[in-house]
Write a protein that binds this ligand. Structure first.
Ligand code: BG6
Ligand code: MG
Length: 215
């Protein structure tokens, strides 16, 4: 029986994908990497900042040192933070707060399991913090999804076993991470049909079969 739900943040609770894309594109343009596309950006979903940078640099015509990479990742994050400055409750995806409140009423424990080091600030700006019991994010982990670390940390914080947790994800890396951690998964978002999750729906607010999923 499922007792806790661990939600990915970007693309599941809030809409930040376009901001990530614009910030990486700005960096790619500065580096004169012309081939960075939305398809590359799709592969960045769910994976850490440094792993995302490697996807941008795949198309670079030179090799970057670790120091340079650290500077590039920081530069991208500054561009991303500029975009986040204007973020408010309108970035929350459709009916997410109502769904979270309904799940809470059923007695479930709710957590975020996100690769993002910006998760706390995003949750604060969007007013989502009061809906969540625990946060596990890029600040708590050293391994990027598809490693299950971020979800295992979330389960531990909720004081639940992996088998008692359901993961909600919009990325292939995240669904893989859930399976690797021994957790059932619900795939949502524009690519939900490609994720091979245990359950699927286009958006969180369109999930019809909570009784079946939570049994
Ligand atoms: C994930 C996003 O949630 O967080 C990725 O899907 C992003 O695209 C990753 O790279 C890390 O985010 P941040 O905010 O720590 O750079
Ligand atoms: Mg995501």
């Amino acid at each position: 029986m499922i007792k806790g739900i661990i939600f990915d943040l970007d693309g599941v609770l809030v809409s930040t994908d376009e901001m990530h894309y614009l910030a990486w594109k700005r960096l790619a343009d500065e580096l004169q990497i012309t081939g960075f596309t939305r398809e590359d950006n799709r592969r960045q979903r769910g994976v850490s900042r440094m792993a995302s940078l490697e996807i941008v640099l795949e198309k670079a015509d030179r090799v970057y040192t670790e120091e340079e990479k650290a500077e590039l990742a920081e530069r991208k994050n500054n561009y991303y933070l500029e975009l986040l400055e204007h973020m408010d409750e309108s970035a929350v995806l459709k009916n997410v707060k109502e769904v979270l409140a309904g799940l809470k009423e059923r007695g479930l424990l709710l957590a975020v399991g996100s690769a993002s080091k910006n998760a706390p600030v995003i949750l604060e700006k969007t007013g989502l913090l009061p809906y969540l019991d625990k946060i596990s994010c890029g600040l708590d982990t050293t391994k990027s999804k598809p490693d299950p670390e971020v979800f295992l940390v979330a389960a531990r914080k909720l004081e639940l076993s992996p088998g008692q947790c359901l993961v909600v994800e919009d990325s292939a890396a995240g669904i893989e991470a859930a399976a690797a951690g021994g957790m059932k998964s619900l795939g949502v978002g524009p690519f939900y049909r490609l994720l091979h999750a245990d359950y699927e729906a286009p958006m969180l607010c369109e999930v019809q079969n909570w009784d079946e999923i939570l049994k």
